[in-house]
Design a binder for this molecule. Structure first.
Ligand code: SF4
Ligand code: SF4
Length: 215
C-alpha cells in the first residue's frame, strides 16, 4: 500500500518537471507578462504601496485615525479621507490637499489603526509624490521648514535647532516670527549654539545624493 502511494507520488513529481517546451512557453508567458506590465500605467496608489510597503486598500474608513489626530482641526481634508481619495483614484485632489503638509508625523493615527495601516508613512509618501510631480504646495512655509530641516540632517547628520531656525528664517525672510521664544529656549538648553556633528557625515551626504537621484 505504502509503496503504491510512493510510486504515485513519484509519477506526480515527474509530471510537474517542466519539459523543454514548457520552459519555452513559460518564457513566452513571462514575456507577455512583461509587456502587460509595461502597458500597465503605474498609479499613485501603486507608488504609495511601493514606497510604504503597505496596501492602501487595507484602510476600511473607520475614521479612528482622524478622530485622534491632534491637527485635524487645521486640515482641509480629514486624514482618512485622503486615503479614500487615493483608493478611488482622485489623485489630484489628494495631492493638492493641505493635509499631508500639516501632518505632524506624530504617529497617533498609526498606533490607533485597527488595520495597522501606517497613515503617517502614507502621508510621507503623498508629500514625496506631490513634490516629484511638481504639485504647487499651498503651505509654502511648511515646505521651507521641511527643506530647512533636511538641510540640517544633510550637513550635520542630526537635527541642529539653531541652524534650523537660521536656515528657516533665511528661506522665509520672516526674521522676527517667534523671536521672543528664543531666550527661553536658550536658557532651557533647547537652542544649542554650536552643532554636534555625527562622525560619518559623508555617508549621510551619500544617502541624500542617492535618494535625490543625483548619483
Ligand atoms: S484608523 Fe486605519 S482603517 Fe480606520 S480610517 Fe484610519 S487608516 Fe483607515
Ligand atoms: S501622524 Fe499626521 S495624520 Fe496621523 S495623527 Fe499625527 S498629525 Fe494626524
Amino acid at each position: 500500500m505504502t509503496s503504491d502511494i510512493l510510486k504515485d507520488a513519484k509519477k506526480l513529481q515527474t509530471s510537474f518537471i517542466p519539459s523543454g517546451n514548457f520552459k519555452e512557453s513559460f518564457k513566452e508567458k513571462e514575456h507577455d507578462k512583461n509587456i502587460s506590465i509595461q502597458i500597465h500605467e503605474r498609479s499613485v496608489e501603486d507608488e504609495i504601496t511601493e514606497r510604504t510597503f503597505q496596501d492602501v486598500s487595507l484602510c476600511y474608513q473607520c475614521g479612528k485615525c482622524s478622530a485622534g489626530c491632534p491637527v485635524r482641526y487645521y486640515m482641509d481634508i480629514a486624514p482618512n479621507k485622503v486615503v479614500r481619495l487615493i483608493q478611488l483614484g482622485y489623485y489630484e485632489e489628494a495631492l493638492n490637499s493641505d493635509t499631508p503638509w500639516l501632518c505632524a508625523g506624530c504617529l497617533a493615527c498609526s498606533v490607533r489603526c485597527p488595520k495597522e495601516f501606517d497613515l503617517a508613512r502614507f502621508m510621507d509618501a503623498v508629500r514625496e509624490i506631490a513634490l516629484e510631480k511638481g504639485v504647487e504646495i499651498k503651505q509654502v512655509n511648511i515646505l521651507k521648514f521641511h527643506n530647512a530641516f533636511l538641510d540640517q540632517i544633510k550637513n550635520h547628520g542630526r537635527s541642529y535647532e539653531a541652524g534650523l531656525v537660521a536656515d528657516y528664517k533665511m528661506k522665509t525672510l520672516d526674521l522676527f516670527q517667534d523671536v521672543d521664544s528664543a531666550p527661553g529656549m536658550f536658557l532651557k538648553g533647547k537652542l544649542i549654539l554650536l552643532p554636534h556633528n555625527i562622525k560619518n557625515r559623508k555617508e549621510i551626504k551619500r544617502i541624500f545624493k542617492k535618494t535625490s537621484g543625483k548619483n
